[in-house]
Every structure is written in structure tokens, then in C-alpha cells.
Design a protein around this ligand. Structure first.
Ligand code: NAP
Ligand code: GDD
Length: 356
């Protein structure tokens, strides 16, 4: 019988960790998930997994080197997935030091602890770093036709990186460190450069969840109105007076949005290869925030979506990433991976969940 694999997932209460836990548990891994010690705990995303005897929750703060060292020393991990982060870009402008501590120093703590323990035990530990499309910032490459006209812009593994937020700068430091540990020490380290990925389990501060949650509230108000004879304008006015308008920032930013479930499969596949490498994971499509908004409202049969929105400067960022659209030829060829859940299905999945 094959030895049971043991994996560490940092940030176990996060969105991606919930889907990755489901995947690894379905493959009979023992999963050690770490959370920060906190006065209140909110494991809602993995509530359905808490009775699984192969899932163990430990305290583990990635900013504490000794904490990481003891943890990695205690378990014979085959794989480590470092998903823990202060992951909200907007907050990183207010908390640059905290963000750097968690998102840059945290990964170095894990890499260094892994290096020391691997050296002392000769037990191979594979490491996955959650890198991000934010690393590119304002950079992209362009494909032209034979007449020199722009066909499309994209980012891939070779696109220059020019981060535009404290979050992205910290993640770039971690990205480079992960590559350094691979090159300098021959460690099995991979960076998954993942474009935005969402799900019904997305944190409420992110724009997609903010929209789907609001749409869910509008849907419930419409349902309460039943068959009342009223114009659209009257209905809109009653609802926005009751629940307020949806406060948003830049609607023209474009993102390559996929589903977290699809993307966590790619993260696992990276660590199953013979040779460690970095991979862009994306859908190869791009949509504006406004397109997401329009589609989400259309799921509940509402077309006058802008009547529910107020553009609020509070949600504008000091520096913005305006355009993300990935190209993942490498992942398709080497991992045989591709995104299965379309943009339309993602929006639908989120809206249906929030309408319940
Ligand atoms: P998430 O939902 O915000 O999860 C991150 C988790 O990390 C949270 O549960 C958080 O715990 C935990 N954490 C924060 N500080 C920690 C610390 N010091 N020690 C241990 N845990 C800590 O993020 P996600 O969307 O699942 O993303 C997972 C990873 O992928 C992150 O590293 C993110 O930066 C990266 N990423 C995400 C995307 C995306 O679109 N989702 C794209 C590219 C890369 P609390 O709940 O206590 O704060
Ligand atoms: N959060 C938020 N709230 N964003 C808004 C709002 C709003 O009210 N209005 C417009 N936006 C715009 C942001 O300015 C940004 O251009 C876009 O919507 C997406 O914002 P977020 O959903 O906060 O995600 P993000 O792209 O900044 O970062 C996410 O994706 C990264 C990968 O590209 C996070 O998951 C990061 O952790 C991840 O690395």
C-alpha cells in the first residue's frame, strides 16, 4: 500500500484552502491546516470537513519562524501549500508593514524552516507559493497581426513584473525568494501565478462577492414585492431606499476571473510534476468589473443595474492594476490543465448562492 501523503496548508480558513482541502482529502491525504490564533474563529468555509479524521487544525502564524520550524519538524510533510496571506490589495495600502510581514517574511520563514529540516532529515518536502497576477502591475505583452494591428494583450510567465501595491511588492519578494530556494538549494519549489479566482466562498471585501451579495439582497426584496403592480423605477427606488445603493470604485478595471476550485487543482498538479517550475493559471479571458456587475444583475432579471450603484471614491486605489488577461499555454501543455468553469458560470454560481 502507498504511504499516506501529509500536506500542510497555511491559512486553512481562507477561500482557496477550503477547495484545496476538499481536493487533498478526496485523494486520501492527511491535511494539517494552520490558522492564526484568534479570539474568535470562523471556519465556515470548511465546516463540512471538520469531522474528517484526516483533517487536523493547528495554530500556525507564518510570521513566526519558530512556529513554522516546530510545525514542519513535527510532521513529515510531503507537500506544503503556502496560501496564508493578507490578500486584500486595497488594505495593503493602509497596512504595508503588516502585509509585508505576512506575505513576504512569512514565506521566507517557511522556506528557511523547510530547508533546515530537509537538510537534517533528507526527507523531500515540496513547496507551493501562492503568487499572483498582481505581480505584473501595469505590464503586459501584445500579439500583433501581420499588418502590425494589435490582436490582443496578455500576461504570461515571461511578462515583465512591475507591482503596483504594497501587496504586490511583498508577493514579488516571496516569488523571487521561492525561485532562489529552488535554484540555490535545489529545493522542489513552485510558484503558481494565479489570476483572480472567486467562488461563493470568496471574502466579502472583494468586488465579485460584494456584487453577488448585494444582488442577493435585491433579489430577496423583489421576491417580497411579489406581484405588486409597479414600474421598474418605483421598485428600484423602494429597494435602494431600503437597503442603500451598492458602493463601488473603478468599474472599468479588467480581470481574468476564474473559479477557485479549478485553480486549486492546478496548484496540486504543479507539485506532482518531476521538475519544479512556475506556472500562470488563468482563463485567457478578460472582463471589466462593470461586465461582472451587469451579468450578476441579469441573473435576477434586472437590467437597470447602474440605478443600484453609487461610484464612491473611497473604493478607488492610490495605484490600480487596470488590465489582466493571462495566457497559460505552459500549464495547458505541461500540466494538461485548463479552466473548466466559465466566467458566466462563475457569476451564476456566486449569485445563486447569495440569493439563497
Ligand atoms: P483568503 O481567503 O484571504 O485566505 C488567506 C488566509 O490566510 C486567511 O484565512 C487568513 O486568515 C490567513 N492568514 C492571514 N495572515 C496569516 C498569518 N500571519 N498566518 C497564518 N495565516 C494567515 O485568500 P484566498 O483568496 O484564499 O487566496 C489564497 C492565497 O492565494 C493568498 O496567498 C492570496 O494572496 C493568493 N492569491 C489569491 C488570488 C485570488 O484571486 N483569490 C489570486 C492570486 C493569488 P484570517 O482569516 O485570520 O485573516
Ligand atoms: N474590492 C473592491 N471593492 N474592488 C473594487 C471595488 C470595490 O468596491 N470597486 C471596484 N473595484 C475594482 C478594484 O479597484 C480592482 O480593480 C478590481 O475591482 C478587483 O478588486 P478585488 O476584487 O479587490 O481584487 P484584486 O484584483 O485587487 O485582487 C485579488 O486578485 C489578486 C490576483 O490578481 C485578490 O484576490 C488578490 O489577493 C490576488 O492576488
Amino acid at each position: 500500500m502507498n504511504e499516506q501523503k501529509v500536506a500542510l496548508i497555511t491559512g486553512i480558513f481562507g477561500q482557496d484552502a477550503s477547495y484545496l482541502s476538499e481536493l487533498l482529502l478526496s485523494k486520501n491525504y492527511k491535511v494539517i491546516g494552520t490558522k492564526r490564533r484568534a479570539s474568535t474563529e470562523n471556519p465556515w468555509r470548511i465546516e463540512h470537513l471538520l469531522n474528517n479524521k484526516n483533517l487536523i487544525i493547528e495554530n500556525g502564524d507564518v510570521t513566526d519562524f519558530s512556529n513554522m520550524l516546530h510545525l514542519i519538524d513535527n510532521y513529515r510533510f510531503h507537500e506544503i501549500y503556502n496560501l496564508a496571506a493578507q490578500s486584500f490589495v486595497a488594505a495593503s495600502f493602509d497596512e504595508p508593514l503588516h502585509t509585508f510581514e505576512v506575505d513576504a517574511i512569512g514565506p521566507i520563514n517557511i522556506l528557511e524552516a523547510t530547508r533546515v529540516i530537509q537538510r537534517n532529515t533528507n526527507h523531500i518536502i515540496k513547496y507551493y507559493q501562492a503568487s499572483t497576477s498582481e505581480l505584473w502591475g501595469d505590464q503586459f505583452d501584445t500579439v500583433y497581426d501581420n499588418d502590425g494591428n494589435v490582436l490582443y494583450n496578455y500576461q504570461d510567465e515571461n511578462t515583465e513584473m512591475n507591482p503596483q501595491s504594497p501587496y504586490a511588492v511583498a508577493k514579488l519578494a516571496a516569488h523571487k525568494m521561492t525561485q532562489l530556494y529552488r535554484n540555490a538549494y535545489g529545493m522542489f519549489c513552485c510558484c503558481g501565478i494565479l489570476m483572480n479566482h472567486e467562488s461563493p466562498r470568496r471574502g466579502e471585501e472583494f468586488v465579485t462577492k460584494k456584487i453577488s451579495k448585494y444582488v442577493g439582497r435585491v433579489y430577496k426584496e423583489i421576491k417580497k414585492m411579489g406581484l405588486l403592480q409597479m414600474s421598474n423605477e418605483e421598485k428600484t427606488s423602494i429597494i435602494t431606499n431600503k437597503i442603500g445603493k451598492l458602493q463601488l470604485g473603478n468599474l472599468s478595471a479588467s480581470r481574468d476571473w476564474g473559479h477557485s476550485r479549478d485553480y486549486m487543482l492546478a496548484a496540486w498538479q504543479m507539485l506532482q510534476q518531476d521538475i519544479p517550475d512556475d506556472y500562470v493559471i488563468c482563463t485567457e479571458e478578460t472582463h471589466t468589473v462593470e461586465e461582472f456587475l451587469k451579468l450578476a444583475f441579469s441573473e435576477i432579471g434586472v437590467n437597470n443595474y447602474m440605478d443600484f450603484v453609487n461610484i464612491n471614491s473611497k473604493y478607488m486605489r492610490p495605484a490600480e492594476v487596470l488590465f489582466l488577461r493571462g495566457r497559460c499555454t505552459k500549464a495547458k501543455e505541461k500540466l494538461k490543465w485548463k479552466a473548466n468553469i466559465t466566467f458566466r458560470d462563475l457569476v451564476k454560481d456566486m449569485v445563486i448562492y447569495d440569493c439563497k
